[in-house]
Design a protein around this ligand. Structure first.
Ligand code: FAD
Length: 425
């Protein structure tokens, strides 16, 4: 019988993967569970959706990360519920016992209860969803070639809801595609008819960034021809017509939902520990309130501190740093030492809108434009996992920098066999 403490980590995103990597080779027996067999670099999903990067460049197989690690067991399955009384997690492929459990399940889309948005809109919360969106965008232009006059406006209008970093970056990338790529791919089509609209409920884009970043991002989007609709709420959508709260109706076949997220809270977590936005309350050690062996990390964790009285921002850097701190604490637990509380020092935030068009907020100052754009690219290259992925991303970016083009616009739809053999979601 192994004397090693059983540590089960649910989710191999930024937080879960970081934790497992840092504890590899210690005296814990680790089981890392994720519904996918790869880690996903979500900040670059929009480049997959706009055919600038290959899906494999922003994903990395988990088994490769832990090759040869005897005490790290990767399990590709979906968590169904946590049984706190027996210290077991129930998954679609069996049960796993734990001494310590770490929930790092991240977030999912929040449609605020509207089933139509959920059913008809396109989302970008996984590599698979980014590929689905890429297929839809590319298929739209193929459809437009044979569309009748009644359909063409609907096909040639893409609406994005949500003016946060995801919506802004996607709108900018689509606008650049319209400007540089599509007229070359479809010389017989009039792309002045392609409308890219960004609908935002608040008074500005990039609401969490500085005034300078907000103003500049709006100017960049307008320069690129994006129709910006601020103080505008989306009310309903039937797959063809988007109805706005102000009564306006927009014909569109492609509505992209970037307007809200909520935590992936597993079944079995007590209701009283779940706060608004679907996040699980923790203490300053990321320990779930009321528990002595369940920790919560990253987007799904809600930790109030003096510096962050409403919880930490849901960012990759927060997730990674929480995981680093918890890894140190798990090592301390092995040696009977006292754990260290988590403290977050924000290095800043950034977003890119297009070539030479980015905004960066550092703790003490902000800057925009060409330097911000190169800074954004450099930092993202540094953060991406594996030398191979860094190399291919750099290569793709270099090609598109000099040619304003890529060669990745493949429409890859699942075959009948793939659909038949897919595991149910
Ligand atoms: C499109 C997009 C762009 C973004 N851009 C930025 C950016 O520019 N900068 C930034 O800092 N942050 C950005 N973010 C946010 C950032 O990606 C998150 O803050 C970060 O991923 C949180 O890490 P995490 O480990 O908490 O969760 P995640 O990285 O989301 O990982 C959660 C993991 O849990 C798995 N999982 C969930 N439920 C289950 C289940 N029931 N069973 C099994 N496995 C499960 C998922 O498959 C996933 O692998 C972006 C997010 C998105 C979606």
């Amino acid at each position: 019988m192994s004397k090693r403490k059983k540590l089960v980590i649910i989710g191999a995103g930024f937080a879960g993967l970081q934790l497992a990597r840092r504890l590899k080779g210690t005296d814990y027996d680790i089981t890392l569970i994720d519904q996918f067999n790869f880690h996903q670099f979500q900040p670059l999903f929009y480049q997959v959706a706009t055919a600038r990067l290959e899906p494999s460049s922003v994903s990395f197989p988990l088994r490769k990360v832990f090759q040869g690690a005897e005490h790290v067991h990767v399990r590709v399955t979906k968590l169904e519920r946590i049984d706190r009384l027996t210290n077991m997690v129930r998954t679609a492929d069996g049960d796993f016992a734990y001494d310590y459990l770490v929930i790092a399940t991240g977030c999912t889309n929040n449609f605020f209860g509207n089933k139509n948005f959920e059913k008809y809109s396109f989302t970008m919360k996984s590599t698979n969803e980014a590929i689905t969106l890429r297929n839809r965008i590319l298929l739209s232009f193929e459809d437009a070639l044979s569309a009748g006059p009644d359909e063409i406006a609907e096909i040639m209008t893409i609406v994005i809801t949500g003016g946060g970093p995801t919506g802004v970056e996607l709108a900018g990338a689509l606008a650049e595609m319209k400007k540089y790529v599509l007229p070359r791919d479809y010389p017989d089509m009039d792309f002045s008819r392609l409308k890219i609209c960004l609908v935002e409920g608040g008074p500005t884009t990039l609401g969490v960034m500085s005034d300078a970043a907000q103003n500049k991002s709006q100017q960049y989007l307008k320069d690129l021809g994006v129709e910006l609709m601020l103080n505008t709420l989306a009310e309903d959508y039937d797959g063809h017509t988007l109805t706005l709260k102000n009564g306006t109706k927009i014909k569109t076949r492609t509505l992209i939902w970037a307007a809200g997220i909520k935590g992936n809270v597993p079944d079995g977590i007590p209701d009283e520990t779940v706060v608004k936005g679907g996040r699980i309350k923790t203490d300053e050690y990321n320990l779930m309130l009321g528990s002595n062996n369940i920790f919560v990390l990253g987007d799904v964790a809600y930790m109030e501190t003096i510096a962050y009285p409403k919880g930490h921002p849901q960012l990759a850097n927060v997730a990674v740093n929480q995981a680093k701190n918890l890894a140190k604490n798990f090592k301390k637990l092995l040696n009977g030492k006292t754990m260290t509380p988590f403290k977050y020092k924000s290095p800043g935030t950034m977003a890119t809108i297009g070539k030479h068009k980015a905004v960066v907020d550092l703790p003490s100052f902000s800057f925009q434009g060409r330097l911000a754009w190169f800074t954004w690219m450099f930092l993202h290259l540094m953060l991406i996992l594996s030398v191979r992925n860094k190399f291919f991303i750099f290569l793709n970016w270099a090609i598109s920098y000099f040619t304003n083009d890529t060669t990745l616009r493949l429409i890859l739809l699942p075959t009948r066999k793939e659909k038949e053999t897919a595991k149910p979601a």
